[in-house]
Design a protein around this ligand. Structure first.
Ligand code: FE2
Length: 456
């Protein structure tokens, strides 16, 4: 009897230790190309001198044969009472379009077995994305539906375009830990790609930077650098199937207390990436950008929105670097010039689908009554309703820019039907996963219609 009690106590202690100190917050993000994937996870630990770990990721094509190994790099994070270690491991030599299994080993502990599928690298790959902003821990309405989509293999990549957890740094990082555990069932299976929002501003976005791993040099990779030196969680680009996707920071324009030079650096980088994307346009005809705050606002009472013109002048037209100076580094002209087809934003806690728009003027489609059939200007979508803590803001529209508006919680699905045909759906959580808006975006040349017109 005594022996049984001791045995039960040992089992209880083992389970307790694994629950409290187990390997959690596991998520993946895209590596340099289809042959790589990054695994990131966090271990809360109070003292730096306790942070020397032996951490590895074992991976392979079969559950029973994890025959490839990579050592993880660890980095200690400290901001006041928030202290943890971030682990990052770059899995390499993966076969494109293939299912992989992986398990993390941290000292003597092992994680559960996770799986993911690499992106295909052939021209016929038609990826499917989930895109949303503004998803918190306490009111994470979209999570059960995203879990279902991932489980049914309906999503290849998730894009979370700013505002996480509310907030990652809250309660000494405990809200961040809870949020990362909450997304683990989806983010450990499909790449979880990110850019920052205003809720990540604390301590110069350091909590956000320490939790995600976006490769910042994909177009000119420096493979010899360690993974943590190659990261840029604020702006980065990737090619997936027929698309080049560029994620960037709108927040540089609003938190200049952290410096001004990053506005210029990002702008120069964006121009370079857009030039490159246009050189590769035969293979990847679509250019899609994603940031947090929309150029055009339809939300009343937001300090960054000009309530007279309903726009965010700093990002759309440019920011004045000194009083009475010219506006510089505006992004609308840049995105138009280089033929950005679609722009996704969050921040405003609803879904708003705009008519194709440039310089506050709406454009029709040029082939049919569908405004998105060979559109005359970029398409803007605001999708910030995944699950914020705040109630939906008041919607205000003075110029009929928005052709579809939804207050329901939800997220956007983007699906390539073929190389030149995109289907976009808005999923409503209030309506139990029903598709509440659907459009088709079409073109027939690598460049969008307006670039061809300009070039003629
Ligand atoms: Fe926001």
């Amino acid at each position: 009897m005594k022996l049984l009690s001791i045995l039960l106590l040992i089992i209880f202690c083992y389970c307790f230790v694994n629950i409290v100190y187990g390997i959690k917050q596991v998520h993946i993000s895209l590596g340099t190309d289809e042959t790589e994937m990054i695994v990131t996870w966090i271990k809360p630990n109070k003292h730096y001198y306790h942070s020397r770990f032996n951490a590895s990721v074992y991976y392979g094509k079969s559950k029973t044969s994890l025959n490839q190994t990579v050592k993880a790099k660890s980095k200690y994070f400290k901001d006041g009472k928030t202290r943890y270690t971030t682990f990052r491991a770059l899995m390499t030599k993966l076969k494109p379009g293939t299912k992989y299994y992986y398990r993390i080993k941290l000292d003597s502990k092992k994680s559960s077995l996770f799986k993911f599928k690499t992106m295909k690298n052939d021209e016929n790959f038609l990826p499917r994305f989930a895109i949303y902003g503004d998803l918190g821990y306490r009111n994470a309405k979209s999570i059960p539906y995203l879990k279902k989509d991932v489980h049914k293999n309906l999503i290849d990549v998730i894009f979370h375009i700013g505002d996480f957890a509310y907030d990652l740094n809250s309660k000494h990082g405990r809200i961040g830990h809870k949020f990362m555990k909450l997304i683990e069932p989806i983010a450990s299976k499909v790449p979880y790609m990110t850019c920052p929002g205003n809720h990540e501003r604390h301590d110069n976005f350091s909590h956000y930077d320490s939790r995600f791993s976006m490769i910042g040099d994909r177009s000119q990779p420096i493979h010899s650098d360690p993974i943590h030196k190659r990261l840029n969680n604020h702006y980065h680009s990737m090619t997936i199937g027929p698309a080049t996707i560029i994620m960037f920071s709108t927040e540089y324009y609003y938190y200049t207390k952290y410096g001004w030079q990053q506005i210029e650096h990002q702008y120069r980088w964006l121009e370079q990436e857009l030039k490159l994307a246009n050189e590769n346009r035969q293979k990847h005809p679509w250019i899609i950008v994603m940031g947090h705050r929309p150029f055009y606002c339809v939300k009343v009472v937001d300090r960054s929105c000009d309530n007279q013109t309903m726009e965010r002048k700093e990002i759309r037209q440019g920011i004045r670097m000194y009083e009475k100076g010219e506006r510089q580094y505006g992004l609308e002209d840049l995105f138009f010039k280089y033929g950005v087809d679609i722009q996704f934003y969050g921040h405003e806690h609803f879904y708003a689908r705009f008519f194709p728009i440039y310089k506050r003027k709406m454009y029709n489609g040029t082939k049919s009554n569908n405004p998105y059939d060979h559109p005359g200007a970029p398409i803007h979508i605001t999708t910030g309703s995944a699950g914020s803590v705040k109630s939906h803001p008041v919607f205000h529209q003075s110029d009929d820019w928005v052709t579809k508006y939804l207050e329901d919680y939800g997220y956007t699905r983007l699906m390539f039907e073929d190389k030149y045909h995109i289907r976009l759906q808005q999923i409503s959580i209030n309506q139990h996963g029903k598709v509440m808006d659907e459009i088709e975006i079409l073109k027939s040349t690598p460049e969008p219609h307006w670039m061809n017109v300009v070039h003629q």
